[in-house]
Design a protein around this ligand. Sequence first.
Ligand code: GDP
Ligand code: GDP
Length: 438
Amino acid sequence: MSGFTVAIVGRPNVGKSTLFNRLLEQRKAIVDDVSGVTRDRQYGIAEWNGKTFNVIDTGGFVANSEDVFEREIRKQVKIAMEEANVLLFMCDVTTGITDLDADVADLLRRSSKPVFLVVNKVDNSERQLEAAEFYSLGFDKLFFLSSISGSGTGELLDEVAALITDDAEQAGQADAELPKIAIIGQPNVGKSSLLNALIGEERNIVSDIPGTTRDTIHTHYKLFQKDFVLIDTAGVRRKARVHEDLEFYSVIRAIKAMDEADVCMLLLDAAKGITAQDLSIFSLAVRKGKGMVILVNKWDLVEKETNTARDYEKELKQRLAPFSDVPIVFTSVLQKQRIFKAIEEALRVYDNRQRKIPTSRLNDVMLKAIEAYHPPVVRGTPIRIKYVTQLPTHTPAFAFFCNLPDDVKQPYKNYLENQLRANFDFEGVPVKLFFRKK
Ligand code: GDP
Ligand code: GDP
């Protein structure tokens, strides 16, 4: 998918999260609440007219005074202006234009990105008339909606989807054939140190390739006789960024790097363990079908006994469930321990993600597994899976042809996925299972 990003901005209570939920839920897309610490901030993937894009609800925050409140909104709007491809500026027809709306409008008028003014809570025709006052804010594109009922959202999505050009989809195709590995993780886990350790090996760098956005840097490496591209977020190098402290910022950056990558190296701080936000980033990457490797960095800081790594890994995998078939590498970037091992693992995951299992072999193995443990009987009828094939998709996906595709339940799907993983190496790679009527 492209890294096209839509941000919904506006003051609290105008209906941002209501719209967000509608955009995602209606399309049966995925809602990822990466909010961990910050309340209500939401990131998700939406789909419209066959185009997929990220949606950010800049959401709520807890502020105790008017000043803090205004400052926070301004900050979020500025970040959204930098990071998003299009901004949905939401207002509320029932309150009319407030001072804060006018302030936000002032900021947004300076944006080089398209801004759509979305007047919400236009639930009936009477309000439609009242909504006309919003033309005075001076934006070209106005949309009147009722997020609660969904009326007007189709027109808005049509316009958003129209902005997603094939150019955006194909950007970054110059390095399309090379494995692309993104370095992601929260501030201070060691991302720039890792990059510097690798860049230190100047001779390994082939060239810098511009990323699809100015916020990511792609560097072409040659190591272990292999070519690959490392993607880092520009913020990693430009340490003095104003917004560097903001979690919001680091999450958006991670999502961008992720979108451009085949495999993500997610760095954790060994001393802190995996946080709720790490887990959200992880699950978002998994849902995007990205290969994953986890680097438990700063391993030098952890006091070790005989089984420390083993126990740590076991516990970590429990947190990663249901997708725990992921390589975990204990690194110390500071002491240059296992850095290259981490790259090797990422390249191995890349290969796993490309894996195509011949149909005959797949059926040999899987039909045997199905024979050994049948799906449960539904309303007196046995479920019969006749045939399995790998779909010609970018990331591994398998279609199981059977008589009652809708009745195959999660536990049995888990069994099938485990069998696939036990017999073929998909370590680090999310796989999808589909059930179809034969
Ligand atoms: P946010 O703070 O901007 O994310 O706003 P919310 O999505 O939490 O919505 C604030 C309130 O407005 C909630 O009580 C919603 O139910 C309500 N709301 C949202 N959209 C609409 C709408 O289209 N019409 C009406 N009447 N109420 C809405
Ligand atoms: P970033 O914000 O993720 O790019 O993190 P940095 O690379 O700036 O690292 C943050 C801090 O952690 C710096 O002081 C690094 O020296 C330190 N650091 C990075 N890797 C390690 C490591 O493996 N062990 C220890 N002890 N410190 C590390």
